[in-house]
Design a protein around this ligand. Structure first.
Ligand SMILES: *Cc1c(COP(=O)(O)O)cnc(C)c1O
Length: 230
């Protein structure tokens, strides 16, 4: 069943790409397995799915330890500086860097483990008080600062758009983030690549792809609704 759900998402990704003349190979689907058992991850892995997203360090670490064959883990949730040390050598990409303090800590721990960590900068495009991320006005200068840190590499931008009934309402935010992405790319900063644009979730990933997303983070459409009470 998970495989059918996943394939359905892939089909919609392909259709969205077709509508705007993009190559579906440009879009990576991250299966967001938070709150779901490892068996769900393994089931998809057996069908060749490799990219999984978690929003909590502890859950990512326990799944990382337990899974037999490795997958690519994406940390997509808010990261506290004191937890960086647990994940620097376990993640493919940290999507949620939103402060200089956090970026410095990632750099510090990455140096200790002799790795270079790819990161995305989280942008709060809709200026929602409840959400983490930088205001778009602050992003360029922030990136210039972070790009000077050793052992971290900026790969792009990420946003969590507002929860809306009509995904069309988020189109303007996705478009704005894509524009910022292009602007920063054109500055050719050292140690900065604008190659990943992580935007779009179950409710709005098709619109996000039409506006240029290269990574979408999809939980509910693949794994079903989450139950936070268990
Ligand atoms: C939970 C989560 C998702 C997936 O949300 P769905 O609506 O279930 O697809 C995507 N991104 C982040 C940052 C999340 O925390």
């Amino acid at each position: 069943m998970l495989k059918e759900n996943y394939d359905e998402v892939v089909k919609k990704v392909e259709e969205a790409c077709k509508r705007v003349g993009r190559d579906p190979k440009e879009v990576t689907v991250i299966a967001v397995s938070k709150t779901k058992p490892l068996s769900n991850v393994v089931e998809l892995q057996q069908h060749g799915v490799m990219d999984f997203g978690e929003n909590k360090v502890q859950e990512l670490c326990s799944k990382y330890e337990e899974i037999e064959k490795p997958v690519r883990w994406h940390l997509i949730g808010h990261l506290q500086t004191n937890k960086v040390k647990y994940i620097v050598d376990k993640v493919e990409l940290i999507h949620s860097v939103d402060s200089l303090k956090l970026a410095k800590q990632i750099s510090k721990e990455a140096i200790k483990k002799n790795v270079t960590i790819p990161i995305l900068i989280q942008v709060n495009v809709a200026h929602e008080e409840s959400k983490f991320g930088l205001d778009q006005e602050a992003v360029t200068e922030f990136i210039l600062e972070v790009s000077k840190l050793p052992n971290v590499h900026i790969n792009g931008l990420m946003t969590i758009a507002p929860f809306v009934d009509d995904p069309e309402d988020n189109r303007k935010y996705f478009r704005e983030l894509k524009q910022l992405f292009v602007d920063i790319d054109s500055k050719n900063f050292d140690n900065v690549d604008m190659s990943v644009l992580s935007m779009g979730m179950t409710n709005d990933y098709e619109v996000a792809i039409e506006e240029g997303a290269t990574m979408i983070r999809v939980g509910t459409a693949i794994f079903g609704a989450r139950n936070y009470n268990i």
